[in-house]
Design a protein around this ligand. Sequence first.
Ligand SMILES: [Ca+2]
Ligand SMILES: [Ca+2]
Ligand SMILES: [Ca+2]
Ligand SMILES: [Ca+2]
Length: 392
Amino acid sequence: MKGEQLRSVPPPSRFFCNAFGKYLSSSTNLPDSHPISPSQSCKSNVQTAWIAWLTVATTLTVCLVPAAGTTVDFEDLPLKPGQPFYNGEDGSGGFVSQQVEFVNTFNPAYGSWSGWSYSRETDNNSPGFTNQYSAYPGGGASGSEKYGVAFSSLNGGGVGSYPEIFLPPGKTPHSIKVANTTYAALSMLDGDAFSKKFGGPTGDAPDWFRLSVTGLDAAREPVGQVEHYLADYRSINPAEDYVLDVWQKVDLRPLASREVAILQMQLHSSDTGPFGMNTPAYFAADDLVLTDAVVLGDYNRTNGVDAADYTVWCDQLGNLVSPPGNGPDGNGNGLVDSDDYIVWKTSFEQITRSRKTTVVANVPEPTRLCLLAIGTLATFFYLTSWTRTCTS
Ligand SMILES: [Ca+2]
Ligand SMILES: [Ca+2]
Ligand SMILES: [Ca+2]
Ligand SMILES: [Ca+2]
């Protein structure tokens, strides 16, 4: 019977929650769903239906706005009047925006640099090394003035370093916009003294130029990697061959982890010689978005998952939370519900097994919340149909 099934939906009593909490401390084999008290009134089911409806409204609203985060757009970084770029020539070793550190190595003996610089150059016509600080789209992302320029001297067969970004504690990568530099783009399109024209004389050579972003932990051990093509001639259809001439957003969420402390950029190309890559080892970057790293199931924000987090969930079960994902709303649907118990349980068991916290989540994504809204809508209609049954 539909009514009988729905009597298992509402929150358990506080007494039952606490009793279950005691059970936790003596068992590591937790049930797949929370054992909920069966004695519930029609009134509490009507309240649950209203909560479900409010959740739908809240969640659909959240679907329309982007997830909160920190965006490094380079606009806050200083340039004097008439100064088109900063390349670390003062020996500072880098620059910081929004607590995010971009590392730079400058060699005064040669006036050379590697790692990160920033720029407001707009020249997308002049080929060659002397135009190394220009983004090929002709300015920063979304029409902005400033952007970062990275030079990976080690990929280019030189000395120095890979471009690296050091993240502040508690932040995890979400996305970054990237573009070619004019120097690299025109080199690939036309060829130059050091580098081939992509596609070769016939245009059919399957050339490519690829950015790799590796997430490193504090001990510099790799946690994950994302790759993005800045040029790609591998398609057999010449119309699909391209050298990227716009800003493109790269999803960094596969690297999202509490452990990721450093983003290391490397460049690779099909045009490589005995001394390394021939393609100019440059790319431009803008709008690095970071989100808060949260341990799944850590409902009291202690950076660990234990029975105390269960108690927080228990105490707030049935509550609406704002913004979604706050407190014990582990699945980010804006309601403290039985699914958040599953989130806590999964994390708790994993930690119990490994004694090491490795499970991580971002601030919930709009797309994820949209999917949840659909599920909650179904719940709402289910509950309202039950309420009609209950009151008839
Ligand atoms: Ca910018
Ligand atoms: Ca091709
Ligand atoms: Ca905790
Ligand atoms: Ca929830």
